[in-house]
Design a protein around this ligand. Structure first.
Ligand SMILES: CC(C)(COP(=O)(O)OP(=O)(O)OC[C@H]1O[C@@H](n2cnc3c(N)ncnc32)[C@H](O)[C@@H]1OP(=O)(O)O)[C@@H](O)C(=O)NCCC(=O)NCCS
Length: 141
């Protein structure tokens, strides 16, 4: 499902559950999260475990992504929100997340969770309208 940018932010297109190449997503992830290039099979992973995912493309290039992991019921969880460095602070990630929220709602989910580093409080609480809540985390490895 494709949706053209309607807010005058270039030719960025949002796509829900559309195809991507593992290579382009691995490259975007490495650039955004500052690690070496991996060879992960994202396509198999999201098709098996996710409610969906949003790709943002500009002139065909993958420039943004967010993964909506799912418990198979009413809970979904946002992972790997990312926008290529050169396009940041233009509202693209907020639109990516809004698209994920819309589809999670339409799919019957009741709760969308996220966690993040402290410097992204304004992004998730203000720009994306998540409510602060108590949450917990155990590092397993
Ligand atoms: C986090 C990320 C997705 C934000 O993308 P973006 O397109 O720049 O975000 P937006 O333009 O939609 O931001 C909207 C607002 O959120 C806040 N915000 C966004 N990024 C922020 C940052 N790095 N630090 C502080 N506030 C931030 C700002 O209030 C911003 O509005 P402003 O630009 O008018 O000040 C992007 O910086 C990224 O890919 N980072 C690397 C990967 C990462 O850490 N992802 C988060 C995983 S939890």
């Amino acid at each position: 499902m494709r949706q053209a940018d309607s807010e005058g932010q270039g030719d960025a297109i949002l796509e829900w559950r559309e195809a991507f190449d593992n290579g382009e997503l691995n490259a975007l992830h490495a650039a955004c999260f500052d690690h070496r290039l991996f060879d992960d099979d994202w396509w198999a992973q999201v098709n098996r475990f996710s409610l969906g995912w949003v790709c943002m493309r500009q002139s065909g290039e993958l420039v943004g992504f967010v993964n909506v992991a799912w418990d198979g019921g009413v809970h979904a969880f946002l992972l790997d929100t990312m926008v290529v460095l050169r396009l940041r602070r233009r509202g693209h990630a907020a639109r990516l997340v809004a698209e994920a929220v819309r589809h999670a709602k339409d799919s019957g989910c009741e709760w969308l969770h996220v966690d993040f580093d402290p410097h992204l409080r304004d992004f998730y609480f203000d720009a994306c309208k998540f409510a602060p809540t108590e949450a917990g985390l155990i590092r397993l490895r």
